[in-house]
Design a protein around this ligand. Structure first.
Ligand code: PLP
Length: 362
């Protein structure tokens, strides 16, 4: 059941009149409440209204939507960009659009459901491989007689922030010549020195054939995208149905994303600030003996003995004024913590102290 928010201002929420600080948001850079982003959205609202009135092919588009598509392509170092109503729709679109008769999808077993649903929609053969188990993937690639092989992975996995080792994947791609789709939902604005994602992190520009992502996380708004090169375009067997048959994001939403992208390009230090904040949390909790996931990620999992204990900690944090979300990572239960650029040192310090006190009393 979802909590009903009375209001939200970046890291501050109110629920039933109580003010809380969130440490589980995907609004990593706090851009959803950046004053320039809000101003851009308000101007677009006055000019174009709250809705687009239909899919682009039926009701037209705006220069804001067009600029957003070309700017996200440029940000990802690609020739073309297409904007979708959501990241979910973008994932459905790219997997479905690559489907042909003799194609097979290989996907990480922890891929996001939107990628898995896109693969189902394609009606192609599919082979899940063990989580980041590239030996398993290689075995499957070796055995495959399909004319078209497509590999689909997340750059950063949603629940625990594991980063995909792109260098390994690039080696396999050379050997087995597959089409690579990267899901950069949690990578865009978060990894690579300037937030451009996995290819920037590994200095392997141009490795992926298709980059899918969302404006709903570090870019603080809503909508999804696909970016691809001119060379990759010929792989597409059909145009994107969720683009053609679904109402586009509204102009204010597109304008917010466009401004957020502009801010990220001009202030890449925001990525480092978010990273410093989450590293600070990791360091404090690690020193205090918490059971954590691996260091160096921008999503920190704090594991507890049971679901019951996890929920009790969540509730006590709530009582102390903090909002966090519980996760069930396989057989492990815990909290999924994230930091935002806008969290102050004081807020981080008080949050960690509250969590440490709760642990002592368990
Ligand atoms: C890895 C991944 N891919 C895709 C999506 C879908 O993005 P959106 O929320 O914009 O539909 C998400 C969102 O949770 C995600 O975590």
């Amino acid at each position: 059941m979802a909590y009903i928010l009375g209001s939200r201002q970046a890291q501050y929420l109110t629920i039933k009149g109580r003010k809380l600080i969130i440490f589980s948001s995907n609004d990593y850079l706090g851009l959803s409440h950046n004053p320039d982003v809000l101003m851009a959205a308000k101007e677009a609202l006055d000019r174009f209204g709250s809705g687009t009135g239909g899919a682009p092919g039926t009701s037209g588009t705006t220069e804001i939507h067009e600029n957003l598509a070309s700017e996200i392509a440029r940000f990802k170092n690609r020739h073309s960009g297409v904007v979708f109503p959501s990241g979910y729709a973008a994932n459905a679109a790219i997997h479905h659009s690559l489907a042909e008769k003799n194609a097979v999808f290989f996907y990480d077993e922890k891929s996001h459901p939107s990628a898995v649903d896109g693969i189902r929609l394609s009606r192609c053969d599919c082979e899940p491989f063990g989580h980041l188990d590239f030996d398993h993937l290689e075995n499957l690639l070796k055995k495959s007689h399909h004319a078209r092989k497509i590999v689909s992975v997340c750059s950063v996995f949603t629940i625990d922030g594991v980063i995909c080792p792109l260098n390994r994947l690039a080696g396999l791609k050379e050997k087995y010549d597959f089409i690579l789709i990267l899901d950069e939902a949690h990578a865009t604005g978060c990894i690579g020195e300037t937030g451009r994602g996995l290819e920037e992190l590994y200095s392997l520009e141009g490795t992926a054939d298709f980059i899918m992502g969302t404006f709903s996380k570090a870019l603080g708004s809503q909508g999804g995208f696909i970016a691809f090169s001119k060379e990759a375009e010929h792989f597409l067997c059909r145009y994107f149905r969720p683009f053609e048959y679904s109402t586009a994001i509204s102009a204010p939403v597109a304008a917010a994303s466009l401004k957020a992208l502009f801010i990220l390009k001009n202030q890449p230090e925001l990525v480092g600030k978010m990273k410093a904040n989450i590293d600070n949390i990791y360091h404090r909790l690690s020193e205090s003996g918490f059971n954590l996931n691996e260091p160096g990620r921008h999503i920190v999992n704090v594991y507890f003995d049971s679901e019951k204990q996890t929920l009790a900690v969540r509730d006590r944090l709530f009582e102390s004024g903090y909002f966090v979300i519980p996760i069930n990572a396989g057989s492990r239960h815990g909290l999924r913590l994230t930091a935002m650029t806008v969290h102050s040192e004081n807020e981080i310090d008080s949050f960690c102290s509250a969590l440490i006190d709760i642990k002592k009393s368990l």
